[in-house]
Design a protein around this ligand. Structure first.
Ligand SMILES: Cc1cc2nc3c(=O)[nH]c(=O)nc-3n(C[C@H](O)[C@H](O)[C@H](O)COP(=O)(O)OP(=O)(O)OC[C@H]3O[C@@H](n4cnc5c(N)ncnc54)[C@H](O)[C@@H]3O)c2cc1C
Length: 233
């Protein structure tokens, strides 16, 4: 371990790829890179996993990506598959009904997931992959690109409440790690993208969303609806 005059630790190990952020994007990307024999450093600023759902649904194309990562069967076993879904208006009328029994890409088109289970499995399996180093509680503060790769500056972080507060950084814990490539998977408010001056394309919903996790009274980690789940709010 080398420490420069400013007290910054300069890692002796250089990685093929540094993945910033361990949400679903970073997790899957790290799996796919490791499967190709690359060394991967994954940096995540939250010391502990969030443990709450945002995403609830994924489709057949995503399952093909998970299949390429060798994870589809395990993850799919924990999903609600092929359920009909109805969107209900406040007055009880059906706004939309979705049910597609076809498997045009080999997997069901409708797959409901419990994000904490989904991400925990992805991270547990990632930790088992050779060549992968996962460091939680490390916030990337800046990146510098040159002809040979990228220098990634990161610092110990006590957490940012998954975007609900500013990241709290710990003084005297700065490190610089070298990697040939960097993947910015640090979410919708990506600091790496901001530093690189890359704007976000696409749109956000103007409405506020409420995501509710329900635990079935008869046990199980999440709702297992036998036929059709209807929520009236
Ligand atoms: C209410 C709601 C409902 C949704 N429903 C669905 C759905 O049904 N289906 C679907 O596919 N998607 C859904 N989404 C979107 C889905 O949650 C996101 O697309 C997905 O979480 C994005 O994954 P990600 O890995 O790109 O980013 P994130 O999940 O945001 O992960 C980014 C990670 O980067 C970390 N990070 C940030 N900055 C740094 C830094 N400087 N250094 C280190 N780490 C950092 C964060 O802590 C975080 O862990 C929903 C989102 C919301 C809010």
């Amino acid at each position: 371990m080398n420490r420069d005059e400013a007290g910054v630790v300069r890692d002796e190990v250089a990685y093929d790829v540094c993945v910033v952020g361990l949400g679903p994007t970073g997790l899957v990307m790290a799996h796919l890179l490791a499967l190709r024999g690359l060394t991967v450093l994954a940096l995540e600023r939250e010391p502990q996993y969030y443990g709450m759902a945002r995403a609830v649904y994924t489709d057949d194309e995503c399952l093909r990506i998970l299949q390429a990562a060798g994870l589809a069967d395990e993850l799919h076993a924990d999903m609600l598959v092929g359920l009909p879904v109805q969107w209900i208006r406040a007055d009880g009328r059906v706004l939309a009904h979705f049910h597609d029994p076809s498997r045009r890409n080999g997997w069901p088109t409708s797959n409901f997931l419990y994000q904490p289970a989904f991400e925990s499995t992805l991270e547990r399996r990632l930790a088992e992959r050779p060549g992968v180093t996962i460091r939680r509680g490390r916030s990337v503060t800046s990146v510098e690109q040159d002809d040979d790769g990228v220098s990634v500056h990161h610092q110990e972080c006590t957490g940012a409440g998954y975007g609900r507060r500013d990241a709290e950084l710990v003084d005297g814990t700065s490190e610089v790690t070298r990697a040939s490539y960097l993947v910015a998977a640090d979410g919708g408010r990506s600091g790496v993208r901001t530093q690189l001056g890359i704007s976000m394309s696409g749109k956000s919903f103007p409405q506020r969303w409420l995501v509710v996790d329900l635990r079935a009274p008869t046990g199980g980690g999440c709702v297992r609806a036998p036929a059709l789940l209807r929520l009236h709010l």
